[in-house]
Design a protein around this ligand. Structure first.
Ligand code: KIV
Length: 264
């Protein structure tokens, strides 16, 4: 049975978790969806892990469309989420055109990074049949505004704003919230304050779902490994085994452990 947004909503209602990984090609998409990964993200992280850039900013819409087509061919029933690259949703008109290209390439949902300023755009996408994941917290397209890849949502003011933004964007039509690098206690608060499923990366174990960049969870890195990453290949006999171990660890809430999480 193919995973849809309804599947993920039901998981939240039943207090069951779900797992997400990035993929950029057909073979890995096939393997991870066979292993039981519920959703596959064609992340603009490909700019860093495939293309060798030091941020996600150079990634283009055409590149995400290409990788989405590759993933769609290999996928065995996972929900396909595609990132909208930097500045491809700066206006609602641009967002509609560019989201249409991603959906035609095989995405079931698009992901946008930002806060309350995305309200009208998310409403327009949602009303026109495009499911949306709203990415809050450490949004890598804002690395130059943040002055680096830093934990977000520390302090009462920032934390309250993140809860408000999540609620506002869900009211506008966002189907999923994704939280990156936020204190675990805040991620729990956001998860409890919205009906939509919440996916975390570096956000503790109390979100509804978890996501990791595939290269990171296979230990394929060129430098420093972020605190929230676990190398699942280190204890598995194969890449397929690593995907299965990740799915099981997320399902049983063994991952992420406290050592992978941030405090307020
Ligand atoms: O681009 C990406 O892979 C992402 C994940 C880190 C969530 O946005």
């Amino acid at each position: 049975m193919a995973v849809t947004i309804n599947t993920l909503r039901e998981r939240k209602q039943n207090n069951e978790t779900f797992s997400v990984l990035t993929a950029y090609d057909a073979t890995f998409a096939h393997m991870m969806s066979e292993a039981g990964v519920d959703a596959i993200l064609i992340g603009d992280s490909l700019g860093m892990v495939l293309q060798g850039h030091d941020s996600t900013l150079p990634v283009t819409l055409e590149e995400i469309c290409y990788h989405t087509r590759c993933v769609a061919r290999g996928n065995q029933g996972a929900l396909i989420m595609a990132d909208m690259p930097f500045m491809t949703y700066g206006t609602t008109e641009a967002a509609l055109d560019n989201a249409a290209a991603l959906m035609r390439a095989g995405a079931h949902m698009v992901k946008l990074e930002g806060t309350d300023w995305m309200e009208d755009t998310i409403r327009a996408l949602s009303e026109r049949g495009v499911p949306v994941c709203a990415h809050l917290g450490l949004t890598p397209q804002f690395v130059n505004k943040f002055g680096g890849f830093k934990v977000q949502g520390r302090g009462d003011e920032q934390a309250d704003a993140m809860v408000r933004h999540a609620q506002l964007l869900v009211e506008a039509g966002a189907d999923i919230i994704l939280l990156e690098c936020v204190p675990a206690a805040l991620a729990k608060r956001v998860t409890e304050s919205v009906d939509a499923p919440v996916i975390g990366i570096g956000a503790g174990h109390e979100t509804d779902g978890q996501v990791l960049v595939m290269h990171d969870m296979l230990g394929a890195t060129t430098g420093r490994t972020p605190k929230f990453v676990k190398n699942f290949l280190a204890e598995a006999e194969s890449i397929q085994g690593a995907f299965e171990a990740y799915v099981a660890a997320v399902r049983e809430r063994r991952f992420p452990a406290e050592e992978h999480s941030f405090k307020s």
